[in-house]
Design a protein around this ligand. Structure first.
Ligand SMILES: [Ca+2]
Length: 248
């Protein structure tokens, strides 16, 4: 009996050992090998919408300060720029054939703003299509110190509440080298002529040459004695008037 009991005990121990050996690798390997790739595969799938949602959630956050920084445009009132003095970017000096028709600081100004009143004399439409007409002042990107835009600073004489600035620019109808396409107009205001605040920028539309000139306006609400207009254009810009309107 002792032998039988001993054999039975050995069989039971062996059986338990077998079960333990079968279960241990089954539990440790199967979940590990099966779950790992599942998690790895699911991770990028789950992260994709997360990554997409991040910019989606940040977009309204970025738009908040833009909305807060833009005050409602004031109601347009009186035209206040006619007859006011201004300073402007230097104009192009057209050299002769000996300098390949390029910049020549000793040459006369091409398409000049005679007497420095062209942009605030109240006259916009020349009534014809000649760019050589004195109502147009031509500004070239070919000047040596061109900063990417032409600058015009109007002195209104006193500080006032402002609502709109409008620029009359010649279209491509006047000449192949003239136009208004791909041009932007930025308006800045200042109380002292030194500290400036940008109040808005407007981009030009298409220039199909169907009219002699286009007008682009920036509507805003701001105060200042000085108004700067920056006309950014990689090409000739012919201007006939810059209008500044006070708030009503
Ligand atoms: Ca004018």
């Amino acid at each position: 009996m002792k032998k039988i009991a001993f054999i039975l005990a050995l069989v039971m121990v062996f059986a338990v050992a077998l079960v333990a050996c079968d279960e241990t690798p089954a539990e440790s390997s199967n979940p590990a090998t099966e779950s790992t790739p599942v998690e790895n595969e699911s991770t990028p799938v789950e992260s994709t919408p997360d990554e997409e949602s991040v910019p989606a959630e940040s977009t309204p956050d970025e738009s908040v300060p833009e909305e807060e920084s833009q005050a409602p445009a004031a109601e347009v009132g009186e035209l206040v720029s006619v007859g006011k003095t201004y300073t402007a970017t230097q104009q192009f000096r057209q050299g002769g054939a000996d300098v390949n028709w390029g910049w020549d600081e000793n040459a006369p100004v091409a398409y000049p703003d005679e007497d420095g009143v062209t942009l605030t004399d109240g006259v916009k439409d020349p009534g014809d299509s000649e760019y050589t007409n004195a109502v147009w002042a031509g500004y070239s990107y070919l000047v040596p110190d061109y900063a990417g835009y032409h600058s015009f600073v109007i002195d209104l004489g006193e500080s006032m509440s402002l609502a709109q600035v409008s620029v009359a620019i010649a279209s491509s109808a006047l000449s192949n080298g003239i136009g208004s396409a791909n041009t932007s107009f930025e308006v800045l205001v200042s109380e002292d002529g030194e500290n400036w605040t940008s109040v808005g920028t407007v981009a030009s539309g298409e220039d199909d040459g169907s009219v002699n000139f286009y007008e682009y306006s920036v509507n805003f609400s701001g105060n200042g004695r000085y108004v700067e207009v920056r006309v950014a254009r990689d090409g000739w810009a012919f201007l006939s008037e810059i209008e500044v309107y006070a708030a009503k």
